[in-house]
Each structure stands twice: as C-alpha cells, then as structure tokens.
Design a protein around this ligand. Structure first.
Ligand code: F6P
Length: 346
C-alpha cells in the first residue's frame, strides 16, 4: 500500500506534526510507503512528490510551516485538471491520499473522492471556522500569539493613555478575535458575525474613559463589518479586488479605518497594530502538537479501514470521523460566546 499526504491552503502551526504522525504510523504500524505531494494539489497536477521516510520527518514536530510546501491551487477551477489528478495519482501508484487543509483543500478532496480517488481529510486552519470539529489545529497557537500581543500592547496603551486597536485574522469568522480578546481582556471585540455601528464602538470607549480609565484595547477581526443604521449586513474591508483560485478576496485594513474613526469621534489618541501572518508562523503550542498528532494517527486508521470521504474531527475530547461535507459548513461564533465576551466591553 502507498499513500500520499499533502498540505494545502495557508500554512499553519502543526502541519509538520501531522505529517510526522502520518509517516510514523504508516511506516511503523501498517508497513505502507508514504509519498509527500509538494505544494498542495499542484503537486498532483505536475507529479511533484517525494518519498517520506522516518529520516525525512525526524525533528520536524516543533517546526512551523510545512516541509511539503503549500499552495491555494484549485483543480476544479479549470476543466479537466481534477481528472488529471486522478490519473496522475493512479500512475504514481497512490492508493489513498491524506489531505491536510481548510475548507478549500478539503472541498477539493471531497470532489476528488466523488471522482473515485480515495481521500481522507484533516482539518487545519488558524481560523477554526470548519464545521464538524470542535477545533482545528493551528487555532490554539494563533490565539496564544494574539493574546501575547494584546498583553504587550496593554503596556503602551496604559503608559501613553491610548486606545490600541489590534487587527487579527480569521477570515469570515471571529474565533481568533473572540478567544484572544477574552484571554487578553479586550474592552471591545468586533467580529464578522456581528456587523457594528462605529458610534456604538466609540460610546463603549467613551463610557470606559468616563469611568476613569485612560486607555482601551479594541480587538477587531479582519472580516468584521461596518454597518450603518438600518443596514444589517454591513460591508467588508478588503485589500484589493483580486480573488484567489477559490474566489477569496484578501481581507485586512479594517484596523486602520477603525482606529482613525475612534480617534476622530472620541478625541482619544489611538494607535493600530495589525498582527497579520505572525499569527500563523512559528512553533505550534503543545495543544496543537497533540491534536495534530492525534489527527494524523486517526487519518491512517481511516485509510486502513477504507473509510474514505471522511474528515477526522475533535468532538469533546475524542477523535472521530465525520463526513467531509460537514467540514465544508462554516462554523461561526455563537451568540452565547459573544454575549459572554461583551460582559467585559466598555
Ligand atoms: O485561513 C488562514 C488565513 O490566514 C486567514 O486568516 C487569512 O484571511 C488568509 O489565510 C490569508 O491568506 P493568504 O495567505 O492567501 O494571504
């Protein structure tokens, strides 16, 4: 038996921990061969792969990024490319593929499964926005980085009596903002799920300062939306109009607009920090290393059972298999968590 493993989409702490677990379990327990497919689905299109041995995965557990490289290649964008992948996988002698990725990569795995290519999925993303699993690996590391940044920004906020706006990632879900915001003691948290009125934000900041506080921390998710009175949906701030292979625009920039507006309306000196890619770089937390390892092992067990079209998932404290299309339903921040966070606003 020969299996393929690939990493697709944005890099994320814990990818190497999964690869290591897949290789170790496959070689040592099942006696399979493992091929690493380079740069996401692109490696299947141009048959770019490398055999993975115990030696190739030695020492990678604590390393961020992915030894296999990644890309946002969508084989379903152009006609015939997905079929080429199925044919190439056959020619490479790959009996099953473990795809490690977010909504896009797993969506492709699901599509290829339906074309007859056996795949199992592993949920990866700092955004934690995949359905079917309580947590994706990478998220814990991202919120720890963001929390640490908020703690550090507190010192300048307090010393200079400033409002500090912290823009975090998360795409269309507010998980990073809410978790890091609660953990970091944010005074306002703005998330995509709750389009906001700028006046409400300024009122919260003014209320806090009227209570005698001379600084505030505002955490804003990159996908949070400004709205006007009477408009429920609000609008996204994007960096440009171009979209990637999966039709995603690049988010970001809301922090600066928000910061300017807070300063203008409240008169309080305001500064902005955009955390950006720092949130998904570097070494994974212990939680992410363990989760990634458990996911990798379980994916091999699914391959062994021939249980394809499934994604491994964390449910409570157990690792389960769920239908891949579960992962494709976006998981958003619920009212209960946001209401809890808002007790600390203002
Ligand atoms: O999905 C992870 C993520 O970091 C998002 O939080 C962010 O919107 C996006 O990827 C950025 O993508 P790219 O690496 O293509 O700029």
């Amino acid at each position: 038996m020969r299996i393929g493993v690939l990493t697709g989409g944005g890099d994320c702490p814990g990818l190497n921990a999964v690869i290591r677990a897949v290789v170790r379990k496959s070689l040592m327990h099942y006696g399979w061969e493992v091929y690493g497919i380079k740069n996401g689905w692109a490696g299947f299109v141009n048959s770019n792969f490398v055999e993975l041995t115990l030696e190739s995965v030695s020492g990678i557990l604590p390393k961020g990024g992915t030894i296999l490289g990644t890309s946002r290649t969508n084989p379903f964008k152009e006609e015939g490319v997905a079929e080429t992948i199925v044919a190439n996988a056959k020619e490479m002698g790959i009996d099953a593929t473990v795809a490690i990725g977010g909504e896009d990569t797993l969506g492709v795995a699901d599509g290829l499964c339906k074309l007859g290519m056996p795949c199992v999925g592993i949920p990866k993303t700092i955004d934690n926005d995949l359905g079917g699993t309580d947590y994706t690996f990478g998220f814990d590391t991202a919120i720890n980085i963001a929390t640490d940044a908020i703690d550090r920004l507190h010192t300048t906020a307090e010393s200079h009596h400033r409002v500090m706006v912290v823009e975090v990632m998360g795409r269309h879900a507010g998980w990073i903002a809410v978790h890091a915001g609660i953990a970091g003691g944010a005074d306002v948290i703005l998330i995509p799920e709750k389009p906001f009125l700028i006046n409400d934000v300024c009122d919260l900041v003014k209320k806090r300062h009227a209570r005698g506080k001379s600084f505030s921390i505002v955490v804003v998710a990159e996908g949070a939306k400004f709205r006007h009175e009477g408009d429920v949906d609000g609008s996204l701030i994007t960096q440009d109009v171009e979209v990637d292979d999966f039709g995603h625009v690049r988010l970001g920039g809301i922090g600066n607009i928000l910061g300017r507006e807070i300063e203008r309306q409240t008169g309080f000196e305001t500064r902005v920090s955009v955390l950006g890619y720092v949130q998904r770089g570097g070494t994974p937390t212990a939680f992410d290393r363990v989760l990634a390892t458990r996911f990798g092992i379980k994916a091999c067990d699914l391959v062994e059972k021939g249980d394809f079209g499934k994604m491994v998932a964390l449910r409570g404290n157990k690792i389960k298999a769920v239908d891949m299309d579960e992962a494709l339903k976006m998981k958003l921040v619920d009212d209960e968590l946001y209401d809890l966070a808002s007790i600390f606003f203002g």
